[in-house]
Design a binder for this molecule. Structure first.
Ligand code: FRU
Length: 481
């Protein structure tokens, strides 16, 4: 019913019905961005995994297509990736290049101590509309790993071969192949480095220019960490920067010295990058599953469950002697902007009166302040409800407080405050905030700090306001779309 659907995001992908988790097989081909996803077509909680499928021309408006991959004699279809086999290395394509999906088959074997996970292939000769599973499946097995899954495959140009990064227990393994069918083990990464309070899943590995310089690039490894009862943060994604020579990943000092998280909110998991973005575009595009294994099966939506983050552009920026990952909202979102309010320099008091008449459910807000001082915006506010997004000048941290955001009682660890230190307040403060029917995404400092959080306010909670200790403090610009 309408009422039960009221948390469905307006500009976030969600399946038209039933369960969704990880994004899978993201690939660009012939003008379409493909998004596959972990899907249980018969239930609103996790179950026998299929690959659901959607396509988009602009990463914002999605068309859901029929299910791409269903369980078979090798088991369920777990997470994985897809590539364009431009040179027909597989021999699957006689006339024109086509798509190959590389995914995990997961089988619960009767009487066995643990399930079997192995890597398999499927291919499509009709732009992803129908898929044929390779008769030689599985193409990669491992005898000793309980967890061996989520292959992410890319073409490694310098060595003219395919590379695969795949999660195994609490590390990742790298393999290489000339044809996607025969794989050779190269190396393992993860022991003694990074966060290990949970199983390693959904890795990714890609090169990015540092500060946009094409002649200076670095490799980025993403590793998602599964939920663990000891950690209130639940499932989350860490990243490493370093070098990759086609065989081995060597981390930067900074990646050895500290743990770095992709997102300091609670709801951005299992995200990876798009494959085969044309060189003329050159962007590294990312999408994540906007949920957390801590409570993913309990969120209060009706008939469907699970949404993706907005698509994001990933970049590497050097800062204080460190190379760090930066996220920006995909620029395609700008085409959907409808101006609501645009304020030049105003005191907090003035801005507050400008906001007082507004009722907004779905919007983007862009705030700039020349000096970073404590400020708080309340969004999706209504009877007893508000989500607070703010900056604390004392701790130099950006935060999202969803303790009173609406429905929060489905899990004891859902109502909480999440914060991320921004530092260097002398640069001022810039916040880009995306609010939808069940989410907030905050990009601070040009994407250096990101917080993605689910919220479940009443649809009538549409108030918006601004607060600061000093009501005469200046907000240099405030734009709402
Ligand atoms: C991550 C994950 C993957 C696995 C999939 C199963 O969220 O656990 O490791 O392939 O979900 O749905």
């Amino acid at each position: 019913t309408m009422l039960k659907q009221n948390h469905r995001g307006a500009y976030h992908f969600s399946p038209k019905e039933k369960w969704m988790n990880d994004p899978n097989g993201m690939v660009y081909f012939k003008g379409e961005y493909h998004l596959f996803y972990q899907h249980h077509p018969f239930g609103t909680t996790w179950g026998p995994m299929h690959w659901g499928h959607a396509v988009s021309k602009d990463l914002v408006s999605w068309e859901e297509l029929p299910i791409a991959l269903a369980p078979d004699e090798h088991g369920m279809i777990f997470s994985g990736s897809a590539v364009v086999d431009w040179n027909n290395t597989t021999g699957f394509f006689e006339d024109e290049p086509g798509l190959v999906a590389i995914f995990t088959h997961h089988a619960d074997v009767e009487g066995a101590e643990h399930p079997v996970q192995c890597q398999s292939l499927a291919y499509s000769t009709d732009e992803g509309r129908t898929w044929t599973k390779y008769e030689g499946n599985p193409v990669l097995r491992h005898d000793s790993f309980i967890d061996f899954r989520d292959p992410k495959v890319f073409w490694h140009e310098p060595s003219s071969q395919w590379s695969m990064i795949v999660a195994c227990g609490q590390s990742v393994s790298l393999y290489r192949s000339p044809d996607l069918k025969n794989w050779t083990f190269c190396s393992e990464f993860g022991e003694g480095i990074g966060f290990h309070g949970g199983v390693w899943e959904c890795p990714d590995l890609f090169a990015l220019p540092v500060d946009g310089a094409q002649d200076n690039s670095k490799w980025v490894m993403l590793v998602s960490i599964g939920d663990h009862p000891d950690f209130t943060e639940g499932s989350r994604t860490q990243y490493f920067t370093g070098e990759f020579d086609g065989t081995r990943f060597t981390p930067d000092e900074c990646s050895v010295a500290k743990i770095r998280w992709l997102d300091l909110g609670r709801d951005n998991y299992a995200g990876v990058s798009w494959s085969d973005i044309p060189a003329a575009d050159g962007r590294c595009l990312f999408i994540g599953w906007m949920s957390n294994w801590k409570y993913a099966n309990l969120t209060p939506t009706g008939g469907w469950r699970g949404a993706m983050t907005i698509a994001r552009e990933l970049e590497l920026r050097s800062r204080n002697g460190e190379v760090m990952l930066v996220q920006q909202p995909a620029r395609e979102l700008k085409a959907y902007r409808q101006p609501v309010l645009s304020l030049g320099p105003k005191t907090v008091e003035q801005a507050s009166s400008e906001l007082s008449g507004l009722r907004l459910e779905i919007f983007e807000m862009h705030v700039r302040m020349e000096s970073a001082q404590s400020i708080a915006f309340k969004v999706r506010a209504g009877a007893g409800q508000e989500t607070v997004i703010g900056y604390n000048g004392d701790t130099e941290a950006v935060y999202v407080d969803r303790t009173r955001s609406g429905v929060t009682d489905f899990h004891p660890e859902f109502p909480c405050i999440h914060s991320a230190v921004l530092e260097d307040g002398e640069e001022g403060l810039e916040l880009r905030i995306f609010v939808d029917r069940s989410s907030v995404e905050v990009f601070a400092g040009g994407g250096r700090v990101v917080l993605t959080d689910l919220i479940y306010p009443d649809s009538a909670s549409t108030g918006i306001s601004v607060f600061a200790d000093d009501a005469q403090m200046i907000i240099n610009s405030l734009d709402i779309y």
